[in-house]
Write a protein of this length. Structure first.
Length: 367
């Protein structure tokens, strides 16, 4: 049983350096610290692509070194139903999903948070690079000190009340400082490579993975004028802005410069490509599933990110006559992708974010 004056925190331990140092820092702040490893994917699916087994071993070694208890929770069913199903549905409908945004909303700050309450915790903590500003009963999510590692973009769909009992110990640290702390403590994972991509895909070819869940449906590849250039195996295998793997090079009367995917027309199953990169530029997008962390009065100016690590883009958010939310950019944006998320900021404060459902403003495509 915990001391009445000691606050208990459950740290989401991934096996990486960030969560390891987060746990150490909380111990230094006199929290009662325990770790929890989340199993979100069945690595015994006949492949060796998911690193969950190795990650769990890394988490166990760190927890042993810190002398803290490590719990293991199985959220495989929850992940499949709340994240992976939506991932496949979005690809099937022509979009490009972001499972990291969904995982934070559905797993880390939902099921993990609820599970921690069964362990008599006061807080949960993760290795996210973000900061929480607390005042009275209100909370604001702020960008991390390390702008190159700031992860507030991935937290845009988490309801603001979920941060009341959340801690981000790394918000005021640089990534280099985190690695130095880990190395000084003798953590074996101090130089472990940051996880990138999606665990359930790992190092396997993305098109092979998707084709296991979505049937290939061949169709035409055309340019912006509708001229046929070849065939594709399925629109789900392409993303807006993609230039590799289109396989239509060497066409007579066409310059030897790259082709870009500029549109996916679902009703006719047509992939539209262009050799002009400016055909990827658009000036507005429409969003749904808006999650406000700080509610503004519209219309209002913001800085937006339509992908992780994108520099802030000045924009105006307004509500259309039909009630839809529209973002109008000061400068045209490259490769806006349906299914991705747009995060809205004012200064360092994350105001909210929503799913991109449409975009446009490119009336100059080359015919």
């Amino acid at each position: 049983m915990k001391n009445a004056k000691t606050k208990k925190v459950i740290v989401g331990m991934s096996g990486g350096v960030d969560s390891s140092v987060a746990a150490y820092l909380l111990k230094q702040q006199n929290f009662e610290v325990e770790g929890l490893f989340m199993k979100n994917w069945e690595e015994d699916d006949g492949t060796d692509f998911c690193t969950a087994k190795e990650d769990l071993e890394d988490a166990e070694r760190v927890c042993d070194k810190l002398n803290i208890k490590l719990h293991v929770a199985n959220f495989v069913a929850e992940y499949w139903n709340s994240v992976f199903d939506e991932f496949i549905t979005e690809y099937s409908s022509g979009g490009t999903p972001n499972p990291d945004v969904l995982c934070n909303r559905e797993i880390k700050f939902n099921h993990f948070l609820d599970y921690s309450l069964t362990l008599d915790s006061d807080y949960v903590a993760t290795g996210h690079y973000a900061k929480i500003q607390r005042s009275a009963n209100s909370y604001r999510l702020l960008k991390a000190k390390d702008s190159s590692k700031d992860q507030t973009y991935f937290l845009q769909q988490v309801p603001i009340d979920k941060f009341a009992n959340s801690l981000f110990p790394l918000g005021d640290l640089l990534k280099t400082e985190v690695r130095d702390i880990a190395e000084s403590l003798g953590f074996h994972n101090s130089r472990k490579k940051d996880s990138t991509g999606i665990c359930f895909i790992g190092e396997r070819r993305f098109d092979h993975f998707l084709s296991s869940y979505i049937s290939n449906k061949p169709g035409l590849i055309t340019d912006c004028s509708g001229t046929s250039l070849g065939t594709h195996n399925g629109l789900h295998l392409y993303t807006i802005g993609q230039r590799k793997g289109i396989n239509i090079g060497g066409l007579k009367s066409r310059p030897e410069v790259p082709w870009y995917v500029v549109e996916k027309i679902m009703p006719s199953n047509t992939l539209v490509v262009s050799q002009y990169e400016q055909d990827l530029m658009e000036t507005w997008l429409r969003i749904s599933d808006m999650n406000w962390l700080v509610s503004p009065k519209l219309p209002c100016e913001f800085q937006a990110k339509i992908r992780y690590r994108q520099p802030d883009q000045t924009c105006k958010l307004l509500r259309a006559a039909n009630g839809e939310l529209l973002i109008q950019f000061k400068k045209p944006q490259r490769a806006i992708s349906k299914g991705q998320f747009a995060a809205l900021y004012q200064g360092d404060t994350l105001m909210g974010g929503g799913r991109i459902v449409a975009s446009g403003g490119s009336d100059h495509r080359h015919k």
